[in-house]
Every structure is written in structure tokens, then in C-alpha cells.
Unconditional design. Structure first.
Length: 277
């Protein structure tokens, strides 16, 4: 590489990184500063202009009380826990059956999961809504739980990668001791899948926590709002309280940010360790 091209490539590389960082940080910084502004201040100042009073917490109080965010956190927690438990059980059982059982159509099953990911979700919303309504789940927490519980191909792929690293000799030894398939799954396979389970919990948990569309569509009842739909009530046809929405957004972001910072090592290791064992 020539002495001119080398520094140019390095400069372009760091410049692209700086642009990417700015694209990620500037929106968050704008929301953070808007959360401390009054309504008049928000209308008369620029988006990157800092607030006059950093101790102004009235927007946070309004978002938490009038937005009933505590109730939203409770509903979100219930849906999150039940959905994750169901998704993990369904996903691990599916991966165990696909990897360990020899049956006709096994490749067809995996092809069906891959085909489902290629179908745009918007094209199935009418049928999904009719099914949810027909089951009597509309305007209940079970509507979101059942839809979230559906195991996606990413979760199955993660479980399958870890499943392949577990030797079949463990299954055969357990069968010689008289264990059936359910016992092998519950006492041998499931405990060994803990790294994969932790990865799926983090990835799917954050996705469920941030989901807006499904709760908004299937749970419009005010008492069933979740944390992602709580702030929507500050937006109306006659105006929006953007400074309150910004404060509520900060409150919503904090748990996700803390969880990611604490568990990012498990996310990265979980996505790669199954493929390298």
C-alpha cells in the first residue's frame, strides 16, 4: 500500500466511525436535553440547545403520573415474563426434536420456519387479527403473550447451534438407564442449554420490551397499556407534549440501557460460542 493511500484509508475509516457515532448519539442527546425544557423553552430553542434549568424534573413527574408508567411497567413485566418462559420452552423443545429425532420431513420443518421469515408480517396481520379475535384474546394480555410466544427462527437457530455441541452419547447413556425422551430433555438437555437460553432471554426480552405495534393494536384498553404505549397518550390531534414525551422516553430507555451494559458480554458470547464449539 502506498504511503498516500494508507493514511487516506485510515482517515476515511475513523471518519465513518465518527459519523456513525454522531448518528447514534445526537438523537439521544436531543431527547435528553428536551426532557429538561419547559413547553415554552422547547418551542423557542433549538434541538441541540441545552435547557436553562437542568433541575427541572416536572416533565418526568408528568410522564410518570399522567402517563401511568408504573402501571405500564407492571403490564410489561407480566407479558415479558410469561412470553419468555413460553418462548424458551417451545424453542428448546423444537430444537431438541429437530436435532435429535429422525423423522420424515425434518428438513421441510426447518424450511417452513425459514419460509415464514420471508413472508412480510404486514401481509398476515388481517388473518392474525381475526384469529386473536376469534379466540377471545382481544383486549387481554394473552393477545400479546401468545403472539410473542411464537418462536422465531433466530431463537431456534441459537438453540440448534448449542444442541449440536451436546454429544448424543449423553442421550444414549440416559436411555440405557431407563430415561425417556422427556426426562432426557428436562434433566440433561435443558440445563446444558443455559448459555443459549440466556442469549435468547436478552435478545427477545429487549424486543418485547420495546414492542409498540402489537400492544397498541391488540390491547387498546387503557388499563392494559404497556410501557411502550404509555407515552402515546401525550400525542393528540391538537398538539403533542414533546418535552413530556422526551422525559418519558428517557425513563423507558434507562432499564434497557442498564440491561444491555450489564449483559452485553453474554449477548456477544452467546451468539458466537454455539457456532465455534
Amino acid at each position: 500500500m502506498s504511503p498516500v493511500v494508507g493514511p487516506l484509508v485510515t482517515t476515511l475509516k475513523y471518519a465513518s466511525l465518527a459519523v456513525a457515532c454522531a448518528a447514534a448519539i445526537i438523537p439521544l442527546l436531543t431527547i435528553f436535553m428536551a426532557a429538561f425544557k419547559t413547553r415554552q423553552e422547547y418551542r423557542t430553542t433549538g434541538p441541540l440547545e441545552p435547557p436553562q434549568d437542568w433541575t427541572n424534573l416536572s416533565n418526568f413527574v408528568t410522564a410518570f403520573t399522567r402517563g401511568r408508567m408504573l402501571e405500564g411497567f407492571v403490564n410489561t413485566s407480566i407479558i415479558l415474563v410469561v412470553s419468555l418462559v413460553g418462548a424458551i420452552l417451545i424453542g428448546t423443545m423444537t430444537a431438541y426434536a429437530v436435532d435429535r429425532f429422525d423423522f420424515r420431513g425434518r428438513r421441510l420443518v426447518m424450511g417452513g420456519f425459514l419460509l415464514a421469515t420471508l413472508v412480510p408480517a404486514v401481509t398476515t396481520q388481517v388473518a392474525t387479527f381475526q384469529i386473536v379475535t376469534g379466540l377471545g384474546l382481544f383486549n387481554t394480555r394473552w393477545a400479546a403473550i401468545v403472539l410473542f410466544m411464537g418462536t422465531d427462527i433466530v431463537s431456534i437457530y441459537i438453540f440448534l447451534q448449542f444442541m449440536k455441541s451436546i454429544p448424543r452419547s449423553l442421550d444414549e447413556a440416559a436411555m440405557l438407564d431407563g430415561a425417556n425422551r422427556l426426562t432426557i430433555y428436562a434433566r440433561i438437555i435443558f440445563p446444558l442449554l443455559r448459555p443459549a437460553i440466556a442469549t435468547v432471554i436478552i435478545i427477545k426480552g429487549i424486543a418485547i420490551y420495546n414492542e409498540f405495534y402489537l400492544p397498541f393494536l391488540y390491547m387498546p384498553k387503557r388499563d392494559l397499556h404497556v410501557i411502550s404505549t404509555s407515552l402515546f397518550y401525550f400525542k393528540g390531534p391538537f398538539g403533542s407534549q414533546w418535552e413530556v414525551i422526551a422525559a418519558g422516553t428517557i425513563v423507558v430507555i434507562i432499564p434497557t440501557l442498564i440491561a444491555f451494559l450489564l449483559l452485553q458480554r453474554h449477548i456477544y458470547s452467546g451468539l458466537t460460542s454455539g457456532a465455534t464449539k
